[in-house]
Design a protein around this ligand. Structure first.
Ligand code: 9YT
Length: 137
């Protein structure tokens, strides 16, 4: 069994801050844990808009606190996000994520992130030996 706390993870290299300062994320569970998914507590800073397109990953995002919206670019539909909302990127949906207030989100990725992705601003979520993801703004 693996046991970790958010408090301890936030004080370690598991906490990463986006180069564009739109968000930060603490990766509680990563590829090297061999669970088949990764788990993150992500904070989206108030007033930000982030363009995200996880071409190599499926992701589910559950809102713990704060409010915002997610716009899917394929159809222009805007979905509001509030505590209790989950959005599920089952089609690798390209989207814009906006925070009206600071949002705390619980995020699950399949396949798992390795933890290194944040250091490459435009290839934020590459899958080993595949095309880079895009995450900008
Ligand atoms: C909201 C969202 O897409 N979060 C993704 C995870 C986070 N940005 C991270 O850990 O890199």
């Amino acid at each position: 069994m693996i046991v970790r706390t958010l408090e301890a993870a936030e004080a370690s290299e598991r906490r990463v801050v986006a180069p564009n300062k739109n968000w930060e994320s603490t990766r509680l569970l990563l590829q090297d844990d061999n669970m088949g998914f990764s788990f993150h507590i992500t904070t989206i800073y108030a007033g930000t808009e982030t363009h995200i397109w996880y071409q190599n990953h499926l992701e589910s995002v559950y809102c713990i606190s704060g409010e915002g919206e997610v716009e899917t670019l394929a159809d222009g539909v805007i979905h509001s996000i509030k505590p209790g909302t989950i959005y599920i990127l089952d089609k690798h949906d390209e989207h814009l994520l906006r925070a009206n207030s600071e949002m705390k989100l619980a995020c699950v990725f399949n396949p798992p992130l390795s933890g290194r992705e944040v250091h490459d601003e435009n290839g934020v979520y590459p899958l080993a030996e595949s095309e880079p993801e895009t995450c900008s703004a």
